[in-house]
Design a protein around this ligand. Structure first.
Ligand code: NOJ
Length: 496
């Protein structure tokens, strides 16, 4: 059963609601046209150099199932998220992505939203079941048509597209047929899909992320049963799922380079387990570095080194994954950049006189959090994550593929969303990012999660991550205070 709100949202869509953008979109709170230059000047009057590198990319990010809606249109197949969100009780309020932000129909207005906040890049994901309704076999041309339209619209507005090929919406057929990521057949199907998409869009899209947040769609989805398909496999099963996922990445990198019509830049978008030295001493920094390598051993480390660490394999014993040397070589295929989603310090680290050389400290009971209980506030993660990626793996280019926070934003009677919590979050995290770029750590860009409030997986629409507020009844988008803050920074390329 759908709620009353759902019904009225659909009626609104039937009315064909196109431009729901009010004028307010272009005149953000505290950020009228022409004011940004002054902001930049006053920022440069502040002590120290607050500019980011000249070619720094400021973008926003979303993912197909979270924003597109139109799940049954133009021949799209079912994904595991359609199935999962239909099971009563799995998603807060039994919300689904059926309508989401209706971006499938409103992408033109949404590109204008990006433009209005001076975002120069957009990270979006391609829905695999739109392009291959059964995951493999015959493609559905209408599926890719949507992304063609979106890409053309972005380019016409001076916004660089960055495509993610997998953001968790696995075609249901592959789950039914092969058990999804439990089988290497799914890895192969992913590589074929990735190559097909690349062939079609590489004339216009240069930057690609293969898969998004491996830990989430492997461990949390097949091990802890929290995300679709909601399985609780024993350790051996989970470890193999992880391996099949990184294998899909490696196979796709090779296949994409072969099918591309022009040179590509390929990386991942991984939620790195971020280890932060509890105090910045030389010993603790070394400890955090070693911890980072081991904490990411089954995912990012193997993709960047082409081998599992001894410690990882030894600790798994007979539960170790089944793999070949040839697979490892593929998994370690050279990348053009490393993309990391950074939200928090997963672990604080202290150097220790033990076998590992480090100790992982528990977070204090009252460590402050943002609105999501998991979101421990730790701005310094946005400095340490890229720094340690650079030091450990000599990454030539790094992107922050996601950073942002959830909040319970509310609209005031006069139509404003004063999200001081998000502005505080951004100020502090971006200060640490600036620390990184000013030390020469090669961070090339930052994608704020998210452009607008959207379907936050099992939390449904109950928590909001956007720079734009979504009225889920009318689908009207309204800029929040944080949108003005983002615009000031992006336009001036300066930390405000
Ligand atoms: C990680 C995921 O990639 C994205 O889909 C999610 O909405 C955000 N982080 C916020 O939790």
């Amino acid at each position: 059963m759908k709620s009353k709100n759902e019904t009225s949202r659909r009626d609104f869509i039937k009315l064909g609601g196109t431009a729901t953008l009010g004028l307010s979109t272009l005149h953000l709170t505290g950020c009228k046209e022409g004011e940004t230059e002054n902001v930049a000047k006053s920022a440069s009057n502040q002590k120290g150099n607050r500019r980011f590198p000249d070619d720094f990319v400021w973008g926003t990010a979303t993912a197909a199932y979270q924003v597109e809606g139109a799940v049954k249109e133009d021949g799209r197949g079912m994904s595991i998220w359609d199935t999962y969100s239909e099971i009563p009780g799995k998603i807060k309020n039994n919300d689904t992505g059926e309508v989401a932000c209706d971006m499938y129909h409103r992408y033109k207005e949404d590109v204008q939203l990006m433009k209005s906040i001076h975002a120069g890049a957009y990270r979006f994901s391609i829905s695999w079941p739109r392009v291959f309704p059964e995951g493999m076999g015959t493609p559905n041309p209408k599926g890719l048509d949507f992304y063609d339209r979106l890409i053309d619209e972005l380019l016409a507005n001076g916004i660089t597209p960055y495509a993610t090929l997998y953001h968790w919406d696995l075609p249901q057929t592959l789950q039914d047929k092969y058990g999804g990521w439990q089988s290497k057949e799914t890895s192969k199907a992913f590589a074929a899909y990735a190559a097909y998409v690349t062939e079609k869009i590489s004339d216009r899209v240069k930057h690609y992320f293969t898969l998004n947040e491996f830990y989430s769609f492997t461990d949390l989805s097949y091990g802890q049963g929290q995300l679709a398909p909601g399985l609780k496999l024993p350790q051996k099963g989970i470890v193999q799922v992880r391996h099949n996922a990184v294998l899909a990445h490696g196979m796709a990198v090779e296949a994409m380079r072969q099918s591309a019509k022009s040179p590509l830049e390929i990386g991942v978008a991984e939620n790195i387990v971020t280890a932060v030295p509890v105090m910045d001493t030389r010993e603790n920094i070394e400890a955090a570095k070693n911890a980072t390598r081991e904490l990411n051993a089954g995912l990012l480390t193997v993709m960047l080194e082409g081998k599992y660490t001894d410690k990882y394999l030894n600790s798994l014993g007979s539960d170790a994954p089944e793999f070949t040397d040839e697979e490892l070589k593929l998994i370690g295929s050279p990348l053009d950049f490393v993309g990391i989603n950074v939200y928090l310090a997963n672990k604080y680290v202290l150097a220790a006189d033990n076998e590992d050389g480090y100790e992982l400290l528990p977070h204090a009971k009252h460590h402050p959090t943002m609105a999501s209980p998991w979101h421990l506030i730790s701005p310094e993660s946005l400095y340490w994550a890229p720094r340690l990626v650079k030091e450990l793996w000599n990454a030539k280019e790094i992107y922050i593929t996601e950073n942002g926070c959830g909040a319970t934003d509310e609209m005031t009677n006069d139509g404003k969303i004063i999200d001081t919590d998000r502005v505080m979050f951004m100020k502090n995290y971006l200060t640490q990012l600036h620390r990184a770029t000013s030390e020469g750590i090669p961070v090339k860009g930052y994608f704020h999660w998210s452009l607008m409030d959207n379907f936050e997986w099992i939390f449904g629409y109950g928590i909001r991550f956007g720079l734009f507020y979504m009225d889920y009844e009318t689908l009207e988008r309204t800029p929040k205070q944080s949108a003005a803050y983002f615009k000031n920074i992006a336009k001036s390329n300066t930390l405000i």
